[in-house]
Design a protein around this ligand. Structure first.
Ligand code: FAD
Ligand code: DHB
Length: 388
């Protein structure tokens, strides 16, 4: 088999890249380790920046998002029981879209099926070969049978535990990491959201987040310790703990119900540099991870894909190598800005074990955020997404 771009991973990064390349007449095959149902079962992101919305429109898969997604003009931050609002629209002129990653992935899968572009689900033992030469190859197995794809480029869109980054010789890559001493326990339920806007909660018992997927479906998170097991959190215990962290009005409005999904995610900041190794290009979580607090992970995956698809279009249609030469630097400049914001917001809102001074600094910083238009504007600009 031969294609122009072999894409590893059918998460949002791989699917979006495939769609944009196809639009520009560039052949691609996607190899995904899991089944499509499994990929859709992972409940993750919920907040989409305008630049990611624009890219989904450009890829031709934005129609349902515009019909069903919720446009949010601002967000709420609750500090020890008192709520404050940051008005994105007033401060930046921009808004964000609340629309689940599951729905985006489904729209991208449907878009790919409609154009008849190939995706191999259940691809095992994916291996990358010769990407430092002009003739890279990818091999994989389906039902035990070995297959090979010859290609011009390999796009590593296979998330943080994928094979693409691991295939790079260690001497060629530098990693920067921070592991936070806590995780998020998330619960999805078919109950109306507690508020029209997201509420980020800073509380002595730990961070909480009240989010949503639709007017009838809510997503809540609470900070938990790293050794916590989901089984130790029956629904009633989750709701009780959430109620202790939110403000009085939210406590009255909260509608509880059975969990449709519950899972624990550890929090990590991670960046691998560079993002290009010869004809292997990394994008999305394969190259970097942010703690979820700033809602930046999926948005960064989308912005990598924007730079990468443009670079490949320049390569094929304008015979220019400039976009590919600059891909890593351009993507990383944006990545580090999102890393900074996500690290800052995580440090600001979570209970940090051990330091009373750090707790006081959080309160002083939050006081500044709510009292200074400049600080609130900086928050809003980062949250809605910095311009390219
Ligand atoms: P992934 O979604 O991880 O996709 C990679 C794909 O590659 C997977 O399907 C995987 O099965 C496949 N794969 C892996 N290894 C192989 C292999 N060897 N061979 C073939 N295929 C392979 N981001 C936001 O922007 N906003 C939010 O509100 C937000 N909230 C979040 C909340 C939580 C609780 C979590 C955990 C994350 C959140 N994120 C958020 C982050 C966001 O979900 C990720 O950044 C996003 O999924 C990255 O997309 P990706 O395509 O790069 O990687
Ligand atoms: C969601 C997740 C986030 O990390 C965030 O900052 C906002 C919303 C969510 O899953 O809805």
């Amino acid at each position: 088999m031969r294609t122009q771009v072999a894409i590893i991973g059918a998460g949002p990064a791989g699917l979006l890249l495939g769609q944009l390349l196809h639009k520009h007449g560039i052949d691609n095959i996607i190899l995904e380790r899991h089944t499509g149902e499994y990929v859709l079962s992972r409940i993750r992101a919920g907040v989409i920046e305008q630049v990611a919305v624009d890219l989904l429109d450009e890829a031709g898969v934005g129609a349902r998002m515009h019909r069903e997604g919720l446009v949010h003009d601002g967000t709420q931050i609750c500090v020890d029981g008192v709520r404050h609002r940051i008005d994105f629209k007033a401060l930046t002129g921009k808004t964000v879209m609340v629309y689940g990653q599951t729905e985006i992935t489904k729209d991208l899968m449907d878009g790919r099926a409609a154009i008849g572009a190939p995706t191999v689900y259940g691809a095992q033992d994916v291996a990358l070969h010769d990407f430092s030469s002009d003739q890279p190859r990818v091999t994989y197995r389906v039902d035990g049978q070995l297959h090979e794809i010859a290609c011009d480029f390999i796009a590593g869109c296979d998330g943080s535990h994928g094979i693409s980054r691991q295939s790079v010789p260690p001497a060629a890559i530098s990693s920067y990491e921070r592991i936070y001493p806590f995780g998020w326990l998330g619960l999805l339920s078919d109950t109306p959201p507690v508020s029209q806007e997201l509420i980020y909660v800073r509380h002595q018992r730990g961070f909480a987040l009240c989010s949503m997927r639709s007017p009838t479906r809510s997503r809540y998170y609470i900070q938990c310790s790293l050794d916590e097991e989901v089984e130790a959190w029956p629904d009633a215990r989750f709701w009780d703990e959430l109620k202790l962290r939110i403000d009085g009005e939210a406590r009255v409005c909260l509608v509880t119900g059975p969990a449709i999904e519950k899972s624990i995610a550890p929090l990590r900041s991670f960046v691998a540099e560079p993002m290009r190794f010869g004809r292997l290009l990394l994008a999305g979580d394969a190259a970097h991870i942010v703690p979820p607090t700033g809602a930046k992970g999926l948005n960064l995956a989308a912005s990598d894909v924007r730079y990468l698809s443009q670079a490949l279009v320049e390569h094929y249609h304008e015979k220019s190598a400039a976009g590919l030469a600059h891909y890593s630097d351009r993507a990383l400049a944006r990545v580090w800005k999102a890393e900074r914001f996500s690290w800052w917001l995580t440090t600001l809102l979570h209970a940090l074990p051990g330091s009373a001074f750090d707790g006081k600094m959080q309160l002083a910083e939050l006081d500044y955020l709510f009292g200074s238009r400049a600080a609130a504007t900086a928050f809003a600009e980062n949250y809605v997404g910095l311009p390219f």
